[in-house]
Design a binder for this molecule. Structure first.
Ligand SMILES: [Zn+2]
Length: 203
């Protein structure tokens, strides 16, 4: 992907999506109560934001409008929190809206450059116990609902990696053996992990 094309994609994708850094939303533990009072982004007259997410492990797929008129939409947001749940523990927590806005921007870029398709979600929220079981190396961001492991189908791994770098906000984990990527809202950093052992730090 040429750099000017990537810059165009970024501008196009963000035309209707505020950058995560501009949005500060604090959540309470319960899903429904986290939606009230409304979290508004001043001056935003953006179209409703929908996410298309498939979770193969749970055999679930959703298309949910989680944001409209600058306000979190209860039904859509709760549906997303549910599909992001810890499947082993059967537990969920509110997922950071900034992560969802990042996913929205990425999904727009994928739809514009390739065609609309769901994000394949492999891991979202994790309890500490589940994180130990799966050997997670970035526990805090998964505990906090600020991370996911994912891939876009129909794109090569290299194309997925280019997309991830274009939209990198915080952490970017590259898992070639698993064919997946990790992203989070933590400090900006990149790492490559083969199997379960961290093998190299990119930067
Ligand atoms: Zn992860």
């Amino acid at each position: 992907m040429k750099s000017e094309r990537r810059a165009f994609m970024l501008r196009a994708a963000l035309a209707g999506a505020a950058l995560p850094a501009t949005i500060a939303v604090r959540l309470t533990p319960a899903c429904a109560s986290s939606v009230r009072p409304p979290h508004r982004v001043s001056g935003v007259l953006a179209p409703p934001r929908e996410l298309w997410i498939t979770r193969p492990e749970a055999q679930e797929s959703i298309r949910a409008v989680y944001w409209a008129g600058g306000i979190l939409q209860t039904d859509g947001y709760c549906a997303i929190n549910r599909i992001y749940r810890d499947l082993r523990a059967g537990a969920q927590r509110p997922i950071a809206p900034a992560l969802l806005h990042l996913n929205y921007a990425m999904q727009r870029a994928v739809a514009g450059h390739w065609s609309p398709r769901p994000m394949i979600l492999l891991s979202g929220f994790r309890t500490p116990h589940t994180n130990r079981l799966v050997g997670g190396v970035e526990p805090n961001v998964h505990f906090a609902g600020e991370a996911d492991d994912y891939i876009y189908p129909g794109l090569s791994f290299e194309e997925n990696l280019q997309l991830a770098r274009l939209f990198q906000f915080g952490g970017l984990g590259v898992y070639p053996d698993r064919g997946s990527l990790h992203k989070d809202l933590g400090p900006a950093r990149t790492w490559v992990e083969y199997g379960h052992a961290r093998a190299a730090t990119v930067r």
